[in-house]
Design a protein around this ligand. Structure first.
Ligand SMILES: [Zn+2]
Length: 411
């Protein structure tokens, strides 16, 4: 048999494993019969492949359901603690490392604020390494039980292809002076775990589409509203990346030509008006020396108490966000827009009605009528979970391939 022939057989097998594993992961528990109906694979293939996945310890039997008069059908599911995932959120004000099982339960997390040192690259890499050590120590889980480390960054990610793509990741973060930072190479020197790197808004988008408010939509925009503002555009079920992965930099679309100076160096960007950092900067009564989160919470409290300066600032923010969302509606015709990020969730309950009204006022009527605007359901730390979906994606696409360091622990 030729090498090409063997390759094809192996590819087919891997494809079938991936198909069944994905079904069981997202829709399980399911019986073998249900898997057959859902995938169109033959009963013999289902039996072979589920047998392999059971033998590998990736799936398990978990009870049974009656089948009309016949033998009960055994249900299968992915084993939640067969492997673990690490998600890292390099945020604008903190570095957060979370350890999850395959069922996405966060087993431990480590938060380190970024204060005076800002985004000094060496410092950020130190914090990630420290966080990784902390979450493993706290749970007693070994590096061999971790599928990989996903890292969400507040910048544009350029990287090669293939299984070691994360090692080549270079980050362009114009708002905090990361100019072609070789983050993949720097992290590779500090951990043997497989690395996966992507933009934080895009990882949030993946998490929302798989597990949150985006579920079931084919065309959506997930907006990340924190210190800055970003977005992940999902077009026909896939994340839209553009020529070099930078698509979705919604925060730097212009709302005021020649307007306020933005962190990106340009003027009049949406982020320069509605990002949390900008809102706190622009509020004359901001408590001096407060963190951005405390400042924004104080702004919200002042608005709730009816103080005119705070009310006006948030009313304007709602109108600008609504206008920005109208642009997204006119450009991409999404069926759903999900607003996430810590600032989005903090301000969302107050701003959402006015944001929806402004979107209606500024968007074309026909696409606006097809779009719902909603808040994230995954909480303020969803970028960490989103980052953990990066190694999860690789695991599911590869048909449950465990990295070499992890197979040793299979036992
Ligand atoms: Zn900008």
């Amino acid at each position: 048999m030729t090498t090409r022939g063997k390759q094809t057989v192996r590819d087919l097998r891997r494809g079938s494993r991936s198909t069944l594993l994905r079904r069981l992961y997202f829709e399980g528990p399911l019986s073998r019969q249900e898997l057959g109906t859902a995938t169109g694979l033959s009963a013999g293939s289902i039996s072979n492949v589920t047998g392999e996945l059971l033998a590998d310890g990736l799936i398990e039997e978990c009870g049974s359901v009656d089948s009309d008069g016949g033998r009960p059908r055994i249900l299968l599911r992915v084993v939640p603690d067969r492997a673990h995932l690490v998600g890292v959120d390099i945020g604008e004000t903190q570095v957060r490392v979370g350890l999850f099982d395959l069922a996405r339960t966060e087993l431990a997390a480590s938060d380190h604020p970024l204060d005076e040192t800002g985004h000094d690259v060496g410092h950020v890499v130190d914090l990630i390494t420290t966080g990784l050590t902390e979450v493993l120590a706290r749970t007693g889980i070994t590096a061999e039980e971790v599928l990989g480390v996903g890292v969400g960054v507040p910048g544009i990610v350029e990287q090669g292809a293939g299984p070691d793509a994360g090692d080549t990741a270079v980050v362009h973060g114009q708002t905090f002076d990361w100019n072609a930072v070789p983050l993949g190479r720097l992290l590779r020197a500090r951990t043997p775990l497989p690395l996966f790197v992507d933009n934080g808004a895009k990882t949030l988008g993946q998490a929302e589409m798989w597990f949150g408010a985006g579920q079931g939509a084919r065309n959506a925009v997930v907006a990340l509203f924190g210190s800055g503002v970003g977005a992940c555009v999902i077009a026909d079920g896939a994340r839209f990346r553009g020529a070099t992965s930078s698509a979705g930099e919604w925060g730097h679309t212009k709302v005021h030509v020649g307007g306020r100076r933005c962190r990106c160096g340009s003027r009049g960007c949406l982020e320069a008006y509605v990002g949390a950092e900008a809102l706190v900067e622009r509020w004359a009564d901001a408590p001096p020396g407060a963190s951005e989160k405390a400042g924004l919470a104080a702004l919200l409290a002042a608005a709730e108490a009816g103080r005119p300066g705070a009310v006006a600032l948030l009313d304007e923010a709602a109108e600008l966000l609504g206008a920005g969302i109208a642009d997204l509606i006119n450009l991409f015709n999404p069926e759903r827009i999900v607003i996430g990020g810590w600032a989005g969730l903090m301000l969302g309950p107050r701003l959402l009605p006015a944001v929806r009204d402004a979107a209606t006022a500024y968007a074309l009527a026909f696409p606006r009528a097809q779009t719902t605007i909603t808040l994230s359901r995954l909480g303020p730390d969803a970028v960490t979970l989103g980052a953990a979906t990066l190694p999860l994606t690789h695991f599911l696409e590869s048909g449950g391939e465990l990295p070499r360091h992890a197979t040793r622990a299979a036992g």
